[in-house]
Write a protein that binds this ligand. Structure first.
Ligand code: ASP
Length: 583
């Protein structure tokens, strides 16, 4: 008698005596026999109970999700009853012995169907949800991705170094989670937003090549594609150029895709930040389809159309997007599209339809034949297409046109849904303006080295300074960022000063780090990639929670454990925290 998994048996096993353990996936009573599909992580096997065996009586009472051990003989299924959809579909096990290892209550949703039940219910009963084949597959793919990453870096002589969870904050632009210290009243540890400073210190410590599958925590307002805790592939290398980091990370991803999905990825195209924003309206372009934007100010240089003329006069831009086949839209459909553009943030949108009966436009009086012709030529539009125009401040016009590009890509089925379009974005600006405070903040983080030859801009025009910072993007998602780091202590201080920190603040927050740079820090650089997003895209899912075993809801709760939950007064006292009055 050998123990086999529920996905293992084939016709060649016929005649073998086997033991299977698993869950009741489905039970059917048929022509005096009872059939059970027994399930484990590996698959399903049909086991058959015959009234002649004592086990039959117990089998009559089996319910979904009961846990069984069965022993019996493998036999080929009678002709015509094979199931080609199942790997084990040629055989069944004739049960001679049944042990009911445990009973299950009636599950709050069906584990044995493919469609997703209500998400809150799934998260509350996550152990049942995770039993579903799709979730078992997703977590297995995730495991393989991480394994392939570890193997890849091991082969290239990187070592994995664990960094602590209780640290002093590392700024990545989000809010820290704080942990109050029992031993030091009024003091707090921060949970890492990333191991950034520790991996840099590993370089200063001479390890040369570091990687870690690292847990990171950021207390930010949750969006659909964020989780408060997440996992990243964190990498750092000494004595490297930007090209070497890019080559390493790109090879890693190519390797992962080959090993896990058996997909050969082409070389990742590289684009400069300023170019990519001009072409796609975003620094996270979805390159599964081509459609590019175009700035068409020159075409409307002499226009009397006040919307366009005033945008140009104010230093803004007119951005055009082709809508393949859009020329056939009715006026009402165009009106709806204008409303959609407004929801995406547009002040307005002008459409030009290159229809069968000539040019029509929402700004008919101002769109002359020569405009339509020049637009069509610039955008390579044909009769039957439409052209959408956005006039605003340059960045705003590009951004909204970029969002509309995604919408058009979706509507027109332009995206190759099963494609993986990776790319690199380089040459980011060093600073960006924080939407909330209006102050300049690093686009990446303050440990990033400015672009070669641009240090001197820090005195004259810091907003023009670019960074040795790069992002990897896949299908419109940013997978991660990295940079070449500052390794000279005086330069690191200079960046902190530029960001408005006093000598005392630098010392309090980053004294330990600048001191470490003082002791012979090597030139170094690295990157981090979000494993949750990578797994999500590799699995063809559109929600991070589908590839995380125990995720938080969109409002930051763990519904299964019911966390966060109040602490006892005793715990709070020990942590020197005053209980909040209950409301
Ligand atoms: N620490 C950065 C992040 O988490 C990545 C890096 O610069 O290596 O985004």
């Amino acid at each position: 008698m050998t123990r086999r998994s529920c996905g293992a048996l084939r016709a060649s096993d016929a005649g073998a005596a086997v033991e299977l353990c698993g869950w009741v996936h489905r039970r059917r009573d048929h022509g005096g026999l009872i059939f059970v599909d027994l399930r484990d992580r590996d698959g399903l096997t049909q086991v058959v109970f015959d009234p002649q065996h004592a086990a039959f009586r117990d089998a009559e009472h089996l319910r979904s999700e009961d846990v069984l051990r069965v022993c019996g003989l493998v036999r080929e299924r009678p002709q015509g009853t094979e199931n080609a959809k199942l790997a084990t579909g040629e055989v069944e096990v004739a049960v001679e012995e049944l042990e009911i290892l445990n009973r299950s209550l009636v599950p709050p949703f069906q584990v044995n169907v493919d469609e997703n039940p209500d998400e809150n219910l799934r998260l509350e009963y996550r152990y049942l949800d995770l039993r579903r084949q799709r979730m078992q597959r997703n977590l297995t793919v995730r495991h393989r991705i991480i394994k392939a990453m570890r193997d890849f870096f091991d082969e290239r002589d990187f070592i994995e170094i664990e960094t602590p969870l209780l640290i002093k904050g590392t700024p990545e632009g989000a809010r820290d989670y704080l942990v109050p210290s029992r031993l030091y009243p009024g003091s707090f540890y921060a949970l890492p937003q990333s191991p950034q400073l520790l991996k840099q210190i590993c370089m200063i410590a001479g390890f040369g090549r570091y990687m870690q599958i690292a847990r990171c925590l950021r207390d930010e307002d949750l969006r659909a594609d964020r989780q408060p805790e997440f996992t990243q592939l964190d990498v750092e290398m000494s004595f490297c150029t930007q090209d070497e980091v890019l080559e390493t990370m790109e090879s890693c991803m190519r390797n992962v895709w080959k090993r896990v999905l058996d997909v050969e990825l082409p070389a990742f195209p590289r684009m400069r930040f300023s170019d990519v924003v001009e072409r796609y309206g975003t620094d996270k372009p979805d390159l599964r389809f081509e459609l590019e934007l175009s700035i068409v100010d020159d075409i409307f240089a002499q226009t009397e159309f006040v919307v366009f003329a005033s945008a140009i006069a104010a230093g803004g831009a007119i951005v055009a997007l082709r809508y393949p086949g859009g020329g056939a839209l009715s006026r009402r459909e165009f009106d709806a599209l204008v409303e959609e553009a407004k929801l995406l943030g547009a002040k307005g949108m002008v459409w030009v339809a290159l229809g069968a009966e000539g040019v029509k436009s929402s700004a008919q009086r101002f769109i002359e034949e020569r405009h339509a012709q020049a637009l069509a030529q610039r955008l390579r539009a044909e009769r039957g297409d439409a052209i959408l125009l956005f006039a605003d401040a340059r960045e705003a016009a590009l951004a909204v046109a970029g969002k509309m590009r995604s919408e058009i890509g979706r509507r027109c089925g332009l995206r190759r849904e099963d494609a993986f379009a990776f790319c690199w974005i380089t040459d980011f600006p060093y600073l960006e303006i924080d939407a909330e405070t209006g102050k300049p903040v690093p686009a990446h983080h303050p440990f990033t080295e400015p672009a070669e030859g641009e240090w001197e801009l820090i005195e004259r025009d810091p907003l023009r300074m670019r960074a040795q910072h790069y992002d990897m993007v896949l299908n419109g998602y940013e997978l991660g960022s990295g940079s070449i780091r500052i390794h000279k202590p005086e330069q690191q201080r200079r960046i902190f000063e530029m960001l408005g920190m006093t000598a005392q603040q630098i010392d309090e927050q980053f004294g330990f780090f600048v001191r470490a740079l003082d002791y012979g820090a090597p030139p170094h650089g690295g990157m981090a990639l979000g494993i949750d997003r990578i797994a999500m895209l590799a699995c063809g899912e559109d929600n991070l929670r589908e590839v995380i075993a125990f995720p938080k809801t969109q409002t930051g709760r763990d519904l299964m454990m019911d966390a966060p939950s109040p602490a006892s007064e005793k715990q709070l006292r020990e942590l020197h925290l005053r209980p909040q009055p209950r409301v």
